[in-house]
Ligand binder design. Structure first.
Ligand SMILES: *Cc1c(COP(=O)(O)O)cnc(C)c1O
Length: 373
């Protein structure tokens, strides 16, 4: 596991995140986009991603160039017909982004808002779907990265399925570490990206789409580059990407996926992150720093921490000092309270987390911020 140095800092961030040396080394050669060897890598990666969700029998994996949001926008644009109606339950910035995408694309959208420290309630979804039969799709964020809330996906999926509606999941910051089993959690589309819990580098996303749904999506998309149906048809026919693939990103993702499997797959990845998360919350609590969420809804991915209530604290100075110790923190994203965030995801474990907590303790001391009770 990675150890911090000032040349190779440990990123305590939700992507880009800390990758392994092998993953970075996989980028040290060039690939031709027409080359059969490269296209075999693409095929292997797509298959492997389906297997992580137990979706190989029912779904297709369509990769797409760009950051994760490109794939979210592509999924909404391709899967929701132009006269569709999307329900977006909202408890953070990434849900808001989905609603915004719907507005941009001219898809009808209804939202239902929660406080930022509240999980989405499946009973509310049930009630909202009963009240408005015109809703065709529900789009949910699995782990709301803006706070670290884990939404109750399986229960939500059951409700959506019961109503015969289509579920689109933004599993960007959970895929590969928190179980989503397509056989038990029915979904039409699940979106994630290379540079999150699989621990690849950023640059591509992918959407697992139910095959029968994808086959019916021709002509929905408003955009050529974001048309997942067209991307899929071309890839099935040629094994190639439609437009220039992010070759080095794909090669790194292939390597990262092999390490994911060698570590013990999703269960082992999830256990390592959960252990990082416990250690982080306990370690910071011992320094007098409190986490924002109750433990029951905290995902083992990223933790929001209340900023120390002290005159000497300001995030930028704190960030810079922690960076000098070899660790990169993440700013808070809440509007009402001052917070910062620390990621539990990336190529580090107990030793890395211990060092990170020691670095934060050192900086608090250096800045003469005493918050311990
Ligand atoms: C990272 C992330 C995204 C995608 O963000 P990009 O900056 O486009 O990569 C979308 N949803 C969630 C929940 C995320 O964590």
């Amino acid at each position: 596991m990675s150890v911090a140095t000032t040349e190779h800092p440990v990123l305590l961030t939700p992507g880009p995140l800390t990758t392994s040396p092998q993953t970075r080394q996989a980028m040290l050669r060039d690939w031709g986009s027409w080359d059969a060897d490269f296209n075999q890598i693409t095929t292997r990666v797509r298959q492997h991603l389906l297997e992580i969700a137990h979706a190989a029998q029912t779904h297709e994996c369509v990769p797409l160039q760009g950051s994760g949001t490109f794939s979210v926008e592509a999924a909404i644009g391709t899967i929701v017909p132009r006269n569709g109606h999307v329900l977006v339950p909202m408890n953070g910035a990434y849900c808001q982004r989905i609603a915004r995408i719907c507005e941009y694309l001219g898809r009808r959208v209804s939202t239902h808002s929660y406080a930022e420290d509240q999980a989405i309630s499946p009973a509310d979804i049930d009630r909202l779907l009963s009240a408005d039969a015109s809703i065709t799709h529900v789009a949910v964020v699995h782990c709301e990265t803006s706070t670290g809330i884990l939404n109750p996906l399986q229960e939500i999926a059951k409700v959506v399925h019961k109503h015969g509606k289509s579920l689109i999941i933004d599993a960007m910051s959970s895929f590969g570490a928190v179980e989503v089993d397509a056989r038990a959690t029915p979904f039409d589309a699940l979106i994630a990206a290379s540079g999150k819990c699989i621990e690849g580098v950023p640059g591509m996303g992918f959407v697992l789409v139910r095959r029968s749904v994808l086959e019916s999506c021709k002509g929905n998309a408003h955009s050529l580059v974001l048309d997942l149906h067209d991307q899929w048809v071309y890839m099935q026919k040629t094994t190639q990407w439609r437009f220039t693939p992010p070759t080095h990103v794909v090669a790194a993702l292939d390597q990262a996926l092999q390490q994911h499997r060698a570590e013990g797959g999703l269960a082992a990845r999830g256990a390592r992150y959960a252990s990082n998360c416990r250690q982080l919350i306990d370690g910071l609590a011992a320094l007098g720093l409190k986490s924002f969420l109750p433990r029951e809804i905290q995902a083992p991915i990223i933790v929001t921490i209340h900023a120390p209530c002290h005159a000497n604290y300001n995030f930028q100075a704190f960030y810079n000092a922690v960076k000098r110790q070899g660790f990169i923190l993440y700013p808070g994203k809440l509007t009402t309270v001052e917070t910062f965030r620390v990621g539990c995801m990336g190529h580090f474990g107990g030793e890395g987390m211990r060092a990170a907590i020691a670095a934060i303790a050192h900086v608090l001391d250096e800045m003469e911020i005493s918050v311990a009770a």
